[in-house]
Ligand binder design. Structure first.
Ligand SMILES: Nc1nc2c(ncn2[C@@H]2O[C@H](COP(=O)(O)OP(=O)(O)OP(=O)(O)O)[C@@H](O)[C@H]2O)c(=O)[nH]1
Ligand SMILES: [Mg+2]
Length: 307
């Protein structure tokens, strides 16, 4: 692999204490193409990144997701490595991530932090949130990964040109992973080390708010990919709420107490729930047929290309 072919992409927002060191380490390791996409930092991030030899571009909008989307549009290198600028990932491990893409084994590599993290790198809430989000992801997309939220990744150019991103915040890693599953971009995970934030710079992640946003991204984007999951969860929620209210209403009725509005509500919830289940079966049929068509279309295109 030629290191000139690699672009190191670092999204930053007020990481002045760490960014210089990260850029220098990549430079001394022989990587000359380093792109810092900055979210209008108010500290010395830009100066330190430029002094260390990185190209700095200011993002147009707000959020890590918007920054990465913008960067993916301007990068034309053969291989891309994405890493956070907060010093929690090790630049020296870059070859572990690049190896599967440069050897053609995968088009997208995720550095998995779960097996080897420094004490304090994850709070208990982060660790639990991470675990549960990976499980929900597994149920929704049928792909069981260990660390869909990792910020240390490698791609080939073809992958980043296929990935379409719409989320602007910390849902970006999730959306990237979902896009790879949907577009059959081969993804592998490699174990990496994860350090705690030692610079003293504040984290920009708000675990509850961002955790909820990530969970809803996993759920909402599953509609086109796995309607059984999307409508199944919705139908189950409606039906179970209806049943719970219904059980209460019947129990009260035995005690000779009537709850007319609640009875109507329970009936409506159960009927809507059943309708959603029917929608689930129909959507699954549509998605399966669409998938078959797409498969056939790409087969025909490939045969045409051969001729
Ligand atoms: N360009 C840009 N970068 C951002 C933005 N928000 C966060 N970042 C960068 O994205 C990377 C990840 O952000 P962190 O705050 O470390 O989030 P995290 O790694 O998920 O959370 P921690 O585990 O607390 O570190 C860091 O390099 C941030 O500086 C933003 O709005 N714009
Ligand atoms: Mg971080």
């Amino acid at each position: 692999m030629n290191k000139e072919d690699v672009c190191i992409l670092i999204p930053t927002l007020n990481e002045g204490k760490t960014i210089g060191g990260i850029v220098s380490e990549f430079k001394s390791d022989g990587f000359s193409n380093i792109l810092v996409i900055d979210g209008h930092s108010t500290d010395n991030t830009v100066k330190n990144a430029e002094n260390a030899g990185a190209k700095v571009v200011q993002q147009i909008g707000k959020g890590k997701g918007q920054a990465v989307t913008q960067a993916f549009q301007i990068i034309e290198s053969k291989y891309i490595v994405m890493i956070d600028g907060d010093g929690t990932y090790l630049p020296e491990e870059v070859n572990k991530l690049l190896e599967p893409v440069t050897s053609g084994l995968a088009q997208h590599v995720i550095g998995t932090r779960i097996g080897n993290y420094q004490k304090g790198a994850f709070t208990r809430l982060n660790l639990f949130g991470n675990w549960i989000l990976n499980k929900i992801f597994g149920f929704a997309y049928g792909v069981w990964l260990e660390d869909i939220l990792s910020g240390y990744r490698a791609f080939d150019r073809d992958a980043i040109k296929q990935i379409e991103l719409n989320r602007t915040g910390f849902e970006v890693e999730t959306e990237i992973t979902i896009e790879c599953v949907k577009k059959d971009i081969k993804t592998v995970e490699v174990p990496i080390k994860y350090l705690s934030r030692t610079s003293g710079a504040a984290t920009k992640l708000k675990p509850l708010r961002d955790g909820f946003r990530i969970a809803s991204t996993i759920f909402l984007l599953a509609r086109m990919h796995n309607p059984l999951f999307y409508f199944g969860v919705m139908g189950l929620f409606l039906t179970l709420s209806g049943l719970a209210i219904g059980i209460y209403v019947v129990d009260e009725w035995f005690k000779k107490i009537d709850h007319i509005p609640l009875t109507i509500l329970a009936t409506l919830l159960i009927v809507t729930g059943i309708q959603v289940f029917i929608l689930m079966v129909l959507s699954d049929l549509i998605v399966s047929m669409h998938r078959e068509n797409m498969h056939m279309m790409s087969k025909i295109l490939k045969e045409k290309e051969k001729k």
